[in-house]
Design a protein. Sequence first.
Length: 399
Amino acid sequence: MPSFLRMHLALPALLALLGLCLALPLQAASFGTASAAHTTSAGNLYAGGADLTITTPVTGDLVAAGGRISLEAPVGGDAALAGGSVDVRAPIAQDLRVTGGTVHIGANIGGEVSAAAGTLTLRPNTRIGGDAMLSGNTIVMNGDIVGNATIYGRSVALGGTLHGNVRIEAQDIQLGPDARILGNLVYASPEPLPAASLAQIGGVVVHAPPAARSGWSSPGISAGWLVSLFSPFFVFGMLIAGLLVLLLFPKASAGARDALARHPVRSLLAGLALLFATPPVAVLFMATIIGIPIGFSLLALYPLLLLFGYLCVAFFVSHRASSTRSRGSDVGRQAPSFGWQALFLLLALILLQIVWLLPVIGVVVIFLATVMGCGAWGVWLYERYSARKAPAESAALEG
C-alpha cells in the first residue's frame, strides 16, 4: 500500500477528530465544554468534548475524541484516540490507535501502535511493546520500539532504539547519534543515508530509491515522490464511491452540489454544527440504555458524513469543470453523459489531492471544503423538507 494512501487514510479521521468526540469515564475525568461520557459495565469508556483531560485510571478500553486530548491516567485495555491535539502521558496496557493534527506519545504502550498525524512525536521515555505503524508529515521518534516498525512520512528523524526490522519511506531520513536499529532496515528516499549512519544499524540495509526523476521534477520534489503521493488506490477508491453515489442518488448528489454553490456560508455553518454536535449527541444517547443503539448508529454513520462531504466538493468541482467545457458547444444545454461525469469526477479528485499537497494552506482548504460539503447535504435536506411542508400547511389552512 503506497505511502500516500496511508497518510491520507488519516485525513477523514483527522477531520472527524477536529469535529470532536468520544471517550473517558464520567466520574473519572475532567471535561471541557459540550462534553459527554458513557461507561459500560465492562469498564470501557466513551466520551467527547472540546477539551478532554483523563485523570482517573481506565480499567477497560478507552475511546476518545475531542479538540484536545490529554491522557494522564493508565488504561487497562486498548485506546483509540482522535483529536486536533493528542498527548499520551500515561501507560496503555494493550494497543494504541491514535490520529490527530499533533500527536505526542510519552509513555509505555504494551501492544501495537498505529499512529497518523500531521506532526508525530515519540518522547524519549516511550516504549512500544509490539509492532508500530507510524505515518505523518513530520515524525520524530526518540523512544524504543520492541517489535517491527513501518514508518511513512515526509521528514523522519530517529533517535531511539528499534529492536526489530524497520521499513521507512520518506523524503528526508535522519538518524540521530543515539539512534539504533538492531534488525534489518529497508528504506526508500531520494538520497541514501550517509555512511556514518550505517554503523548504527545491526542488520542488513537496503536502499530502494524512488522512481526515476523526469524532466518536469521541481527543486526538492522529484517526479517519483509526486507519483508516490498520488496513490491510484486512494483516488480509485474515492472515484468508485463517488460514481456509486451518482448512480444511486443522482438527485441528492445534484441537490447537495447546487446547495453548496448557492449557499456556501450557510453550508459552512451547517457543516460545523454537524461535525461538532453529532459525536456528543451520540455519546449522550449511549448514556441511556434505550438510546445505546441510536448512539452507536450515529457514531457508525459519522465517517460516512465526512466521506459524503468530501465527495460533495468533488461533485461541485467536476460540475463546474464540465459546465465550462460545454459552454458554447452544440451540446452545451444537454446533461453530460455518465462517462464524462466519471472523467471530470476523476480530475476533480486529483485536483483536491494537489491542493492537499500545498504546505499548511492545503490542509486548511481541504478541511473547510469538507465541512462545507457536509453542510451542503444538510442544507439540501432542509430545503426538501421545507418544500414538502409548505404545500401541506397551505392545504391545512385552506381546509
